[in-house]
Design a protein around this ligand. Structure first.
Ligand code: 3HC
Length: 686
């Protein structure tokens, strides 16, 4: 039989059901219909004794088809019914799993009576990342099969587990190597006469007698991580229901919560973001057949915090790195910190001692610039000064083999100006990593006026290889992320003069869902960053703090005072400095509302984002959102600044900015794009 992407074939007395729905065998309507037709075929054919469900291509079903959500298709032949039909099949059903069995895919597997998996297969329920929950019986079957603690962890974090862990938890019956289909058919032959059929929905042992404190403890332990999100709590409540109610009632709780989440703004934001992240990898205006360059060896210039962090990304991905420094002491210090970072990861059990040695074994520290000559990509990560960068790129041009990519990690400077000192500006690109570079997922790929298409393609592919999310940015001061940070910082500082406190401004940002506010961020990054270093030249509050050595957390004093454990408290001295500046500048102190803080710091960011878009410095609004979620911790449940602005309504943003325009003075000008879109009742994101 063939029904859309589903075909069936009889192997002796086993019906093999195959899905071929590239790229990830998402469970779209045609697949769901085909699966039901296949089960009907099995039921209707006496010669069939058992069924195997398998997938062609890179993976077993990776879940529901997210692009169907919110469309009429999602309501036809719905997945909860399909999985019930599978479980209720009167003949044994064996799921043959390879790749990643995710979400609805794992739910299909759980509804099958037996599960055989390739040893490289992975399992997960990542629905929480889409703002929802496993809504095809997953919240009820998973704890019954794998136990409550693992189900809670998987459902609330979306974390994937490997075949070994899945097998230990009872989630799969057999791990196999080699021909998966052959193994699955063999298992089907073995079990074809066994009755009653083992049904996940009927298993009780792992959900009976579970102490309710398990849930309370889990909530408490993860309160920080789940702050602001709706979906983790809904997942917990469903799993709790699995322990307190019969299966039939549990699935009703699941359905109700699924629908509630699905109709909410958070789910819309997170599902939008899922596609935004994948769209970001696509580069406009580049021939489709552009082939990447080979990157077998990377050079890094500078073994400071950034250079070290950048190097670790490549080492962890198995790519050799030559790291250059000016003197032995700095080189030793830098490589020592890298080793320590790896060892700290190993101590947490996230890598083995062998893996630490393997990574460090790929590192070649050097004081000899010529050692960079045969690298395929060289990333400069030195002090943020144009003259120094130009000097380095002149030397690189003279030293490094032709065809190599020359990259700068600058966070603000003009890539075209840097490229212009070389005879190969087409090989020059910005690769702006975020600190700590071995941890932060974002990479801004700065496209210079002359950057060659294959350099860009290489950068985007390489980003994926080192597990970064890359976004293409144009050449402008601060690119996408830091450029949008500037108006926020300017207005936040002015708000202090006008009567707000650092605590109030930060609180508004944290309540909004940011990990920290602008002043907490300044204290963490260093108040002295970008400071002119002249203590007698005090032109603003930040200069005054820096002049007094209030450089932030590292000095236990910045916008806040810090105790030995780096716990912050409001600083009377900072308030004195602010009061002093206010008196000098003649600004009148007034009560500042939280709403004004939002308008002056977040609305201005949206306005800057719109300018970035209208100048073509970002390819699309969703790229800006990806930068802010991955680079600065913008709450993903609000989609990113541009999606958030759309959901607030652009006219509301314009009205808010107009209300504040006189206070912002010459620091602020409207983006034409924002005004136009608001006027036409349009959105940045669709
Ligand atoms: N629905 C629709 N499209 C999907 C999809 C899905 N579930 N999963 C992936 N895709 C698309 C991507 O958008 C991308 O499209 P593009 O090529 O046009 O950009 C393409 O498939 C390839 O995806 P990736 O670039 O992510 O490929 P990778 O190989 O890096 O990763 C993956 C593969 C691990 C399967 C990853 O795509 C993934 O994690 N997918 C999401 C899985 C998921 O969230 N499943 C749960 C869905 S919700 C659900 O099941 C509800 C149910 O409980 C009722």
């Amino acid at each position: 039989m063939t029904s859309g992407p589903i075909t069936t074939q009889i192997h002796h007395d086993i019906l093999v059901v195959t899905s071929n729905n590239p790229p990830v065998n998402a469970l779209g309507l045609a697949v769901r219909r085909g699966l039901v037709a296949a089960i009907e075929e099995a039921e209707g054919n006496d010669a069939v004794k058992a069924v195997v469900i398998r997938c062609e291509g890179q993976t077993f079903f990776a879940g529901a088809d997210v692009s169907e959500f919110g469309t009429p298709k999602a309501f036809e032949q719905m997945l909860p019914t399909v999985v019930d039909i599978i479980e209720n099949c009167t003949k044994p059903v064996v799921a043959a799993i390879h790749g990643t069995a995710l979400g609805g895919g794992l739910e299909v597997a759980l509804a099958s009576h037996y599960r055989v998996a390739d040893k490289t297969a992975k399992f997960g329920v990542p629905e929480v990342k889409l703002g929802i929950l496993p809504g095809a019986g997953g919240t009820q079957r998973l704890p019954r099969v794998a136990g409550v603690p693992l189900a809670l962890e998987m459902a609330t974090t979306g974390k994937m587990i490997g075949a070994k862990e899945a097998s230990e938890a009872g989630l799969i019956d057999r791990i196999v190597e080699g021909d998966l289909l052959q193994h699955a058919v063999a298992m089907a032959e073995e079990v074809k006469d066994i009755r009653p059929l083992p049904k996940s929905s009927e298993k009780q042992d792992k959900v009976s007698g579970v102490d309710p404190s398990v849930f309370a403890d889990f909530r408490k332990a993860n309160a920080r991580k789940f702050r602001g999100f709706d979906a983790p709590e809904a997942n917990i409540q469903c799993i709790e229901a699995a322990t307190a109610k019969p299966y039939a009632e549990g699935v009703q709780v699941e359905r109700a919560k699924f629908m509630e989440l699905m109709s909410g703004l958070q789910a819309r934001a997170q599902q939008y973001f899922f596609f935004a992240e994948r769209k970001a990898a696509k580069i406009d205006g580049i021939p489709e057949d552009t082939r990447p360059r080979t990157i077998a060896k990377v050079g890094v210039i500078g073994a400071g915090t950034m250079g070290g962090g950048i190097s670790m990304n490549f080492l962890s991905a198995g790519i050799p790195v030559t790291i250059f420094e000016m003197n032995q002491e700095a080189l030793d210090r830098g490589t020592g910190i890298m080793r320590k970072n790896y060892e700290a990861t190993a101590a947490k059990g996230r890598m083995s001692a062998d893996q630490v040695e393997q990574a460090m074994g790929l590192l070649t520290p050097t004081l000899d610039f010529a050692a960079l000559a045969d690298c395929d990509l060289i990333i400069e990560a030195v002090f943020e000064q144009m003259e120094i960068k130009k000097d380095i790129f002149t030397r690189l041009d003279a030293t490094v083999k032709q065809g190599a990519i020359l990259a700068s990690n600058t966070s603000y400077l003009n890539i075209d100006e840097i490229a212009a000192v070389t005879k190969r500006p087409e090989d020059v690109v910005g690769l702006h990593f975020f600190s700590p570079a071995n941890v932060m997922k974002l990479l801004e790929v700065v496209r210079g006026a002359k950057t060659a298409p294959d350099v860009l393609v290489t950068a985007m592919l390489l980003a994926k290889k080192i597990k970064k999310v890359a976004v293409v940015a144009g050449v402008c001061h601060g690119f996408i992320g830091n450029r949008m940070l500037m108006p926020r910082q300017v207005e936040a500082t002015k708000l202090l003069l006008e009567g707000a406190t650092p605590e109030q401004v930060d609180r508004v940002h944290v309540e909004f869902g940011m990990p920290m506010g602008p002043f907490q961020m300044a204290d963490l990054a260093g108040v002295d960053i970008g400071w002119h270093r002249d203590p007698t030249r005090i032109e603003n509050i930040r200069d005054a703090l820096a002049a007094e050595g209030r450089w932030g957390q590292k000095k236990q004093a910045g916008f806040y005072d810090y105790d030995d454990k780096r716990r912050p408290s409001p600083s009377p001295r900072v308030q004195e400095i602010i009061d002093d500046f206010r008196a000098k500048s003649g600004v009148e102190k007034r009560d500042i509302s939280d709403e004004e803080i939002v308008q002056r710091t977040l609305y201005t960011m949206v306005n800057e984002g719109a300018k970035i878009l209208e100048e073509g410095m970002a390819q699309r609004a969703s790229d800006i959102d990806v930068v802010w979620v991955y680079g600065y911790g913008w709450p993903v449940y609000r989609g990113g600044p541009m999606f958030w602005a759309d959901s607030e309504g652009l006219q509301k943003i314009v009205d808010g900015l107009e209300a504040q325009e006189s206070r912002m003075g010459s620091d602020f000008t409207f983006s034409k794009l924002l005004l136009d879109k608001a006027g036409n009742n349009e959105k940045f994101t669709r």
